[in-house]
Design a binder for this molecule. Structure first.
Ligand code: NAD
Length: 497
């Protein structure tokens, strides 16, 4: 817990010098067009900064710079142990500037300051460090060749990587990409979401301070349909890595096909089932986890446990426990260290969430908690954590990703039905199972079509666990050594001796 009070954070916010320009070739610059957009805070609507609105011209410049940096070998051919040292310094600098970064994140996207500090910044630094530490411990392969031949199977950096990221964990999602991309020697152009560009812009300077050569890490703020599209269609971007919605993920595959067949790796949406069987070892713990799985980060989490599947025989006993647990998640000012539910990222997202609540009513689901906008007088965008009971998996609120604190409770009769409902979704990002029966836990986990499955917990794991989706939740994996696959090409060199 930080010792800073809300008043301290407010005072710091007043003094904060916010950088809104792009970062190319080791320095900040305006967009070539001179265009900017206003960055407003969802905390209370306050103006934060004018941010460069980059477009095609900026993408052209940044790709040239990134390519030159890559070809120079200053980073791409550096010994892995040297890249490791520099990146560990980069991770350290994130921590040395943790309070400033946390404040930027909270002001920019509305999440509670305690989460920004202890989860987002801490995990972002950890993920950079983890990738850095791994890079001088990974060996290539020698093939099983005939006596007078030598077959080398090696990994090489792909070259220029464009990383397009969303607004819900702006710094963390950036670092999940930056860690393995930079550790493997690539040059990177990061395009943060137009809704939350500030921490990405700030860490570019820290990267240079750490010793990452100019041009290796560039940041282009701006809109998806302008600079994002320009990067995705660019003929000299080798790999596109993305976290965001399934809709845009599909579009990026089209752009890659229309341009240079760049590699496209996608972390997309989710509608994750959280299955509670009657024999769950601890119903109170399951209820608390179910509440946290929908309220944490205002429900703006790709793995949010947005479909709570409860065995019919315990539904009447279990639901009150969830309602009770959700009372502990209360929207408040995100700059207050005690707050655990902040503001939704902007008015547009708040209206989307409210429209799903309306759809829940219209489809006949029964509201049992929350359901309204709150703290309107602050000028911020807050919605009460909400539960609908009596939901069927055919209802809109059960089928579509809401990306807000709205939980759908769905009953099931037995394990077979639970798995059928759980898998009846276009998504496959995550799922959880609560049971005391070891066989049931394993068999259900096997049957679930999801990239992450948790048993008797929600959202467990660390950097050692690969993260990504089945089905329309994406392809490829972030975190773990598997993430390195996205940033390297595999080469076979066959030598006659
Ligand atoms: P989004 O798809 O709207 O935007 C993501 C990024 O893509 C932004 O930077 C945006 O500017 C850019 N973009 C938009 N249109 C583009 C285009 N035509 N060309 C190129 N770039 C374009 O998503 P969002 O609203 O920012 O984030 C929420 C989504 O992210 C949710 O669906 C959530 O599930 C997903 N998400 C997934 C994961 C995961 O790891 N699977 C993690 C976090 C968030």
């Amino acid at each position: 817990m930080t010792t800073l009070t809300r008043a301290d954070w407010e005072a710091r916010a007043k003094d904060l010098k916010i950088e809104g320009r792009a970062f190319v070739n080791g320095e900040y610059s305006n967009a070539a067009s001179g265009e900017t957009f206003d960055c407003l805070s969802p905390v209370d609507g306050r103006f934060l900064a004018k941010v460069a609105s980059c477009d095609l011209a900026d993408a052209e410049r940044a790709v040239k710079v990134a390519r030159n940096a890559f070809d120079s070998g200053a980073w791409s051919r550096l010994a892995p142990a040297k890249r490791k040292q520099t990146m560990i310094r980069f991770a350290d600098l994130l921590l040395e500037n943790a309070e400033e970064l946390a404040l930027l994140e909270t002001l920019d996207m509305g999440k509670p300051i305690s989460d920004s500090l202890h989860i987002d910044v801490a995990s972002a630094a950890n993920s950079l460090r983890w990738s850095a530490e791994a890079i001088d411990k990974i060996y290539d392969e020698v093939a099983a060749t005939p006596h007078a031949e030598l077959g080398l199977v090696t990994r090489e950096p792909v070259g220029v990587v464009a990383a397009i990221v969303p607004w819900n964990f702006p710094l963390l999602m950036s670092c999940w990409k930056l860690g393995p991309a930079l550790a493997t020697g690539n040059s990177v152009i990061l395009k943060p979401s137009e809704k939350s560009p500030l921490t990405a812009i700030r860490i570019a300077q820290l990267a240079v301070e750490a010793g990452i050569p100019k041009g290796v890490f560039n940041v282009l703020p701006g809109y998806g349909h302008t600079v994002g599209k320009a990067l995705a269609l660019h003929m000299d971007v080798d790999t596109l890595v993305f976290t965001g919605s399934t809709k845009i993920a599909k579009q990026l595959m089209v752009y890659a096909g229309e341009s240079n067949m760049k590699r496209v790796w996608l972390e997309a949406g989710g509608k994750s089932p959280n299955i509670v069987f009657a024999d769950a070892p601890d119903l109170k713990a399951a209820a608390e986890a179910a509440a946290g799985a929908i309220a944490f980060n205002q429900g703006e989490v790709c793995t949010a446990g947005s479909r709570l599947l409860v065995e019919r025989s315990i539904k009447d006993k279990f639901l009150p426990l969830v309602i009770e647990a959700l009372k502990g998640w209360k929207p408040g000012n995100p700059l207050d260290p005690e707050t655990n539910v902040g503001a939704l990222v902007d008015t547009q997202q708040m209206n989307t969430v409210l429209s799903y609540i309306e759809a829940g009513h219209n489809d006949g689901a029964k509201l049992v908690a929350g359901g309204k906008r709150t703290l309107e007088e602050t000028g911020g965008t807050y919605v009460e954590p909400t539960i609908f009971d009596g939901v069927t998996n055919a209802m809109k609120i059960a089928r579509e990703e809401i990306f807000g604190p709205v939980l759908s409770v769905i009953e099931f009769e037995d394990a077979e039905e639970a798995v059928r409902i759980a898998n009846d979704t276009p998504y496959g990002l995550a799922a959880a199972v609560w049971t005391s029966n070891l066989s049931k836990a394993h068999l259900t986990a096997k049957a679930l079509r999801a990239g992450s499955v948790w048993v008797n917990q929600y959202d467990g794991g660390d950097m050692t666990a690969p993260f990504g989706g089945f089905k329309q939740s994406g392809n490829g994996r972030d975190k773990s050594l598997h993430a390195f696959d996205k940033y390297t090409e595999l080469k076979a060199t066959w030598i006659k001796l």
